[in-house]
Structures are given as C-alpha cells and as structure tokens.
Design a protein around this ligand. Structure first.
Ligand SMILES: [Zn+2]
Length: 572
C-alpha cells in the first residue's frame, strides 16, 4: 500500500479528551476517530488490526470445534421475556420498536437468541455437545462511556454458547474454551491473568475472567505470589485471623453515644481498633430487608452478600426502612435485637469478643457484645472485600492488588436459559433432558486496546507481528526521479514476494516519515535512502529495538520473513 494513496491521519499532539495511553496512541496513530460519545470509527489501519485479531479468534474457535453463526443484532422482546431478562436488563439495554409497534433489543449479549435458535435445531442426545459462536456487534447504553474503545456503546464481541447433556460434558466444553482463550491471547501478544470471577446475575457455578493488568483497569484483582491464587475483588476470599477483642467476656452494657456515628467517631470515642465494632448495614434483598454484620474495618462486598442472600437485586435500604426495622435512626443498627429480621454475619464475626454495636436506639451503643450470648449466628457467609495485604485463602501468604481490564470471560451458565426457555432433547432411553450451557466472550476492540496498553514506548505503538496492520514499513527517502524509481522497485519486489508492506512514498521529510513509522509501530522498518543509492543495501530495523541491519535487495524479502518469524507471537 502506498501511503500517498492511503488514509493515515497521524497526530503530533495527544487529543485532549483521551485520558488513557491506548486511546491516545490509537488516535495519534490514525487507527480510530471518535464519532460521538462511546462510538468510534475504525480507519483503514485500525480495521486491519481488528480484522487480524478477529482472524485469530476465529481460527482458535474453529480449532476447538465451535461452529460460527451470524445472528441478528435486533433481538425480539419475546425472547427476552421468556428468560425474564426483558425486565431485569435495565437501562443498559437499547430497546426499540418497529413500525408495527413490536419491541426489540439491540443485543447487548445473545444468550436468549442463541438458546432460541438452538432450541429449534437440536432434538436428540446425538445433536450434543454443540458449541455455537459469532463475531458480531454488541450494544450497551453505557452510563459513562470512556477510555476510548475500552468502554464504548458499540463494540465487536466474540460470544460462544455450549450445550451439553450433563455437567461432565459442560466441564469438557469449558476446559476447551479455556485452552482456546489462552491461545488467542498468547497469539495476540497479550499477557493475561486468568482470575476466578463471580458469576453475578448470570447465575452459574464456575467462572473465569482473562484480565490484562493495567493502571486504567476498572477491575481490582487480588493476587497471591505464594501459591498463584488469583481472583477479582467480587470473588476474592481471604483467610480470617482470630478476632479482635481481649480478656474475659464483659457484660453487655448500654453506652450513650450522642453524635457518634461513623467508625472513625466510634474508634475515637471507645479508644479501640475498628474491628471491635460490628458494622451493621441494612439492605433490601429482592425488596426484603436484610442486615449484614461485618467487622468495622471491612467493606461489605455486595456481590458476595447478594449471593449469600440468594438475591437477584440488592440495594442499600432507604432510611425509612432502616428506621422501621431497627426502631432507631440510621447509624445505630446492631444485631442485638428482638425484632424478626434476617441477619447475615460475615464469617469473621464469630471470632469477635467484647464487641461494640449499635443498640437499635437513638444515640446508644452496646459495649461487651459477644456472639453466641448476645446474638445467635443463624446465617454466616463471606460477605466482605479482600484487601491488599490480606492472607491468601489457600496458603496464607500476603496478597497484592492489581488493576485489570477484562478482555475475556468464560463461565458455566448451568440451566438458567435452557430451563426458562424450555429446551429439551431426548436421551438414549427416549427421556427428556434439559441441556446445560456454558457461555464464553472475548471483547475484540478491548483486546486491541489492551495490546496497545502493553506494547508501546515513548514514540508510539510496537505491534506484535501477529496483529500488526502491515508486516513492513518501507520508507523511501530519495528525491530524484531515479531514487524514487529505485524505492518503487523495492516496493514492487516486496509485494511480489508476498510481504504486506506499507510504502511511505509521500513527499515529506525523513523526520516526519520516521516519526510516523515509530508512531504506527509496524514491526519491520525498511529504509531506501543514501546507503541504498551508494551501496545497494537497504537499512532494516525492528520497531521493537536493536541494531540497524544492512541487507542487499536480493536477501530483503527473506530477511523480513525471518525477522517476523522470530516474533514470539508468530511462534505461539
Ligand atoms: Zn496463596
């Protein structure tokens, strides 16, 4: 491709609205342009990269035995009503009507659509297992689109859905996807961290996210250097120490605490460490009040609490509900109560002795609170967030924290959709069996942004060879007709040899050409300049660094192929 005939609007300056590195570099290297909030135009160079990622994803999915579909992106409301998600998906789902008033969603995900399609095709155990997928656009009405293509309203996703006869079958489908995902990301040059994840509202029992460590990541990962335990914050567990408190059990005593409300106020007032306090917060789980009791220093993990409560929807209770169920204003709730209230205790609470809690009375706390004597723990669960430095749940070593971008997610869905949508096949004995599902996603645009986050230097992007927009960047520096003709000839020769080459034949200064080559980040740079006109040798340089090599015209194509072949992503 001749750059003089190409569209590559590189920028010298960082765009002011681009706050993360990948966004800045993708804009500056002429890969994308913003169309409107959360929507991006992929220019020819950016689309080339995206297509290469898509090709890798498709190859690995096909190798794993998955079957590619093309699904409508308009999905009928009836499908969503069958699963119940028409009502629960919330404002993130774009909903529209056709001219006859029929309702549709612009699909944010395709569980219902694929389940609906597969339901009409499979009828026997002989039809299973099957894993179906597509690489298609998804839509989400993001409340805050940001970070360029990392969080946008419209994006390309590979989504796959497996259907198996039983849990053992699902396990093998899941493991096949797990292996395929590792290969996809390795081939794209991405260092991913697979972490245990919460299955959230999707329901299900087993789930893993593929994270890319990044300071702009919106997910928090807890990692153990000792045994390799990895989990996201929604899921991460930690080992509990013996509780706070000391000495023999004291009597339960009321203490007047006017204007003492926050944990900081309380530690000052009672002169003790925060974990002596049993923080008691009232939530509404599917509309019913539930109190969560956790040590004072800990943050409640709402995902864990929702799971423990078996609730699809969990919200902080409004003040009026708090006053109703505790009999006191907000700030004085506690588990020592005669009211019939569901209470879920964090698993650390039983270790606390001589604790302090709200007395369910205005301006009063209890001191000397002891589990088992002053309240009975009927329901306990891990409902707190693990923090940096907490002991690993498996080996006890201190865990550390990293921020991550989620690029892939695999999980065992179970029977949620096949049951709700009445999918059945006949087994060997002619009995009806409900298939069990798994679901597997890769964010394609995010993967591209994550690669840029991981592969760059002060001058621009350094593409892994596997997904680089071109193999080689040929820079012609000649001015005379003869010199230009010589560079043209090299270009034609490389094309004929099957090298995918971007040829900078513009009338621009060497400085501009080299700066653009560095910014755009094509793996091999070839310069036809003074050296070539004097000695017949082309200067060859890797974008990733190293010496300038001088290669004769005859050996050039072979040298480029050899260099590309040495790239780790080409060996993966
Ligand atoms: Zn560990």
């Amino acid at each position: 491709m001749r750059l003089s005939r190409y569209i590559l609007p590189t920028l010298k300056e960082d765009p002011s609205d681009a706050v993360v590195l990948s966004h800045r570099l993708m804009m500056r290297a002429g890969l994308i342009r913003k169309e409107s909030a959360g929507m991006y135009v992929y220019l020819p160079l950016g689309w080339r990269v995206l297509r290469k990622i898509i090709d890798i994803v498709r190859e690995e999915m096909d190798l794993a035995g998955a079957l590619e579909f093309l699904m409508p992106e308009l999905t009928a409301a009836d499908l969503w009503k069958e699963s119940g998600r028409w009502d629960t998906m919330g404002p993130e789902m774009f909903r529209i009507r056709d001219r006859n008033g029929l309702e549709y969603a612009l699909a944010p995900t395709h569980e219902e659509a694929f389940t609906g399609a597969v339901r009409n095709i499979i009828s026997s155990y002989r039809d299973l297992p099957v894993n179906v997928y597509q690489i298609n656009t998804k839509f989400r009405d993001e409340i805050r689109p940001r970070f360029g293509v990392i969080r946008s309203k419209e994006f390309i996703m590979k989504d796959a859905y497996s259907f198996d006869m039983d849990e053992a079958g699902l396990e093998s489908s899941y493991q096949a996807m797990r292996a395929a995902y590792r290969r996809v990301f390795e081939r794209c040059g991405l260092d991913t961290i697979p972490v245990e994840a919460d299955t959230g509202a999707m329901g299900g029992s087993n789930s893993e996210e593929f994270m890319v460590a990044s300071e702009v990541g919106e997910e928090t990962l807890l990692l153990c250097g000792g045994c390799g335990y990895k989990a996201n914050r929604e899921k991460a567990e930690y080992r509990r120490a013996d509780g706070a408190g000391d000495g023999p059990k004291k009597d339960l005593t009321e203490v007047p605490t006017p204007d003492v409300k926050t944990i900081e106020d309380l530690t000052r007032f009672f002169k003790c460490e925060p974990d002596r306090f049993l923080k008691s917060i009232i939530y509404e789980a599917d509309g019913r009040p539930v109190m969560a009791v956790v040590p004072g220093s800990r943050e409640i993990n709402e995902q864990k609490l929702a799971r423990a409560a078996g609730a699809a929807q969990l919200d902080l209770a409004p003040d009026s509900v708090v006053e109703e169920v505790t009999g006191a204003p907000v700030g004085f709730a506690g588990p020592v109560t005669k009211k019939d209230l569901r209470i879920i205790y964090d698993i650390s609470v039983k270790h606390v002795s001589n604790g302090i809690t709200g007395a369910n009375k205005k301006d009063v706390h209890f001191e000397g609170v002891n589990p088992g004597r002053d309240f009975i723990i009927k329901e306990e669960a891990d409902v707190t967030c693990a923090e940096e430095g907490d002991p690993c749940p498996r080996c006890g070593a201190s865990m550390y924290v990293k921020k991550g971008i989620e690029v892939g997610h695999i999980f065992k869905l179970g029977y949620k959709y096949t049951k709700a949508m009445d999918v059945a096949v006949l087994d060997e004995n002619g009995a009806k069996v409900t298939p069990i599902m798994g679901c597997y996603g890769i964010g394609v645009n995010r993967t591209m942004a994550a690669v840029v986050e991981q592969h760059n230097d002060g001058k621009g992007i350094i593409w892994p060879a596997s997904i680089a927009p071109f193999d080689a960047h040929l820079v012609g520096l000649g001015k005379s007709d003869e010199e230009i003709a010589a560079a043209d000839e090299i270009y034609e020769m490389l094309l004929a040899e099957g090298i995918d080459v971007l040829y900078d034949d513009r009338k621009a200064s060497p400085g501009i050409k080299f700066a653009d080559a560095d910014l755009v980040g094509i793996p091999v740079r070839l310069t036809v300049g003074k050296t070539y006109f004097q000695t017949g040798e082309v200067e060859v340089k890797l974008r990733s660094g190293g010496e300038v090599m001088k290669v004769s015209r005859e050996g050039l194509a072979e040298k480029v192929s050899e260099l590309l072949g040495q790239d780790p992503t080409m060996k993966a």
